[in-house]
Design a protein around this ligand. Structure first.
Ligand code: SF4
Length: 233
């Protein structure tokens, strides 16, 4: 298990919890709007690998923060690429912390195993584009069947979770939002997250934020299909 960075305290990342955030290096996608290229692109990752946080230091930190923290959030790059993810989650759970996982759906089997074994308490994941069009944004060839299997694993699970779409002007429109919403009608929660342009993986990426009014319109569309839809600025 590799830890590339640690945010020691967050009240907003893990809903309802006081959490620290563990960042993991490497991602199978190359989303051109990604803000975290230093944890994604191999040429930048070589620097990150020189400064990984030792696992023992992380657990020492966690032990000392038992009085304050209630959860650990594990996020980007793509945590399911980490070989010891299950053991890492198990150890955190044994210390009585809750675990949140952010994943891009890379591996439905790992996700299912984590859920079946009760090793995660909350899953957050992007549905980045309309169904069957993920490769357009991920900038790699995505086996869409695997991606959709992961969505199904979560829809069928008892765990708390959120789907979210980072909505980007010139990329998403009302048809895309409707297409996604129709696919996840039984979702517990769907967030429309406004895009902010900065430090993009593709420096030439020109996507922009939507206005409040435009976001409300998207919300109205998604609400026709999903009960709980929120806007996240
Ligand atoms: S899945 Fe997330 S971390 Fe990976 S490239 Fe896309 S935005 Fe970046």
């Amino acid at each position: 298990m590799q830890i590339s960075a640690l945010t020691k305290f967050s009240l907003i990342d893990f809903p309802g919890q006081v959490a620290c955030i563990v960042f993991t290096p490497g991602c199978n996608f190359r989303c051109e709007f990604c803000h975290n290229s230093e944890f994604v692109l191999p040429e930048k990752l070589s620097e990150v690998y020189k400064n990984l946080i030792p696992i023992t230091s992380f657990f020492e930190f966690l032990e000392k923060r038992k009085w304050l923290l209630t959860g650990v959030s594990i996020c980007w790059g793509e945590p399911t690429m980490q070989k010891w993810l299950l053991e890492f989650c198990r150890k955190i759970k044994e210390m009585w912390f809750l675990v949140k996982l952010d994943t891009n759906w890379r591996d439905p089997e790992i996700l299912k195993e984590l859920l079946d074994k009760g090793l995660v308490d909350y899953v957050a994941t992007d549905i980045k584009n309309k169904i069957w069009s993920l490769s357009d944004l991920a900038w790699v060839n995505v086996d869409e069947k695997i991606y959709l299997q992961s969505i199904r694993v979560l829809l069928d699970s008892e765990v708390d979770y959120e789907f979210r779409t980072t909505v980007i002007k010139w990329v998403h429109d009302e048809h895309v939002i409707e297409n996604i919403a129709k696919y996840i009608t039984t979702a517990k929660a769907y967030y429309l997250q406004n895009y902010k342009w900065w430090n993009t993986l593709n420096p030439d990426f020109k996507g922009q934020s939507f206005t409040e009014w435009e976001l409300e319109k998207f919300k109205q569309i998604a609400t026709q299909y999903i009960k709980n839809v929120w806007i996240r600025e």
